[in-house]
Design a protein around this ligand. Structure first.
Ligand code: ZN
Length: 233
């Protein structure tokens, strides 16, 4: 094996782990934002359902007052019937009572309908509250988990970066320069050759180049992607 390959592979292993952890750190705010978005939606649905219940109750109380008024009016007019002297007036008041009774009956139906609707809405509120509380707990747990994970990653990253610096210092300066440029531009700098092809870009090696590379006794770079190649054995 050519000098530096194993050190290079070890360095790359550290760099790839650092990159993976960096990506995980960067993804955390997005995850929290998604969970918070779900919580906000659940809170809004709960609030809207609660508001709807309040609105229905208010409407029902108004109708109940109207019904009471109509019923009192009916009683008053029925009492008046005994005091009436003329037939015309009697007929007129009877007619008024009939109109009031129809109104009262219509109100009763409407109140019953509103009560049924109220039951449905109350169930919606219960369900919306259950979802909201669950999202609230889930959001809190997610936040705590992510905070703990972030602290763990930051500690791990600090150790990895120290190890990375140490490993980089063990490499020949020219090789390190080439590697650093490649890992920045290509994500992976050192790739194995399998089935005669560069595993970085897929380009096939000539049979002669492949035969030479298999000896692993000097450094090869891919003619297409410039990555450092090696034979995994
Ligand atoms: Zn390549």
């Amino acid at each position: 094996m050519w000098v530096g390959l194993d050190k290079l592979l070890e360095l790359q292993k550290l760099d790839l782990t650092i990159a993976r952890l960096d990506a995980e750190v960067r993804a955390i705010p997005q995850t929290i934002e998604t969970v918070e978005g779900r919580l906000a939606k659940a809170r809004q649905e709960f609030e809207e359902a609660t508001e709807q219940v309040g609105h229905l109750q208010k409407e029902r109380r108004a109708k109940e007052r109207e019904l009471e008024e109509a019923n009192q009016n009916i009683k008053k007019k029925q009492t008046r019937l005994y005091e009436i002297k003329t037939n015309e007036e009697y007929t007129a008041v009877l007619k008024e009572i009939e109109v009031l009774k129809a109104k009262s009956s219509k109100l009763e139906t409407e109140i019953l309908e509103q009560m049924e609707q109220g039951d449905v809405t109350a169930k919606t509120v219960t369900e919306a509250e259950r979802v909201f509380r669950a999202e609230q707990a889930g959001c809190e747990k997610e936040r705590q988990d992510k905070e703990a994970r972030l602290a763990a990653i930051q500690k791990e990253l600090a150790d990895l970066q120290t190890a990375q610096k140490g490993q980089a210092s063990r490499l020949d300066a020219e090789l390190l320069k080439l590697y650093t440029r490649l890992i920045r531009n290509r994500d992976v700098a050192v790739v194995p050759v399998m089935d005669s092809s560069c595993q970085g870009c897929g380009m096939a090696l000539t049979p002669q180049a492949y035969a030479e590379l298999r000896r692993n006794d000097r450094m090869f770079t891919c003619a297409s992607c410039s990555r450092i190649l090696y034979f995994p054995g």
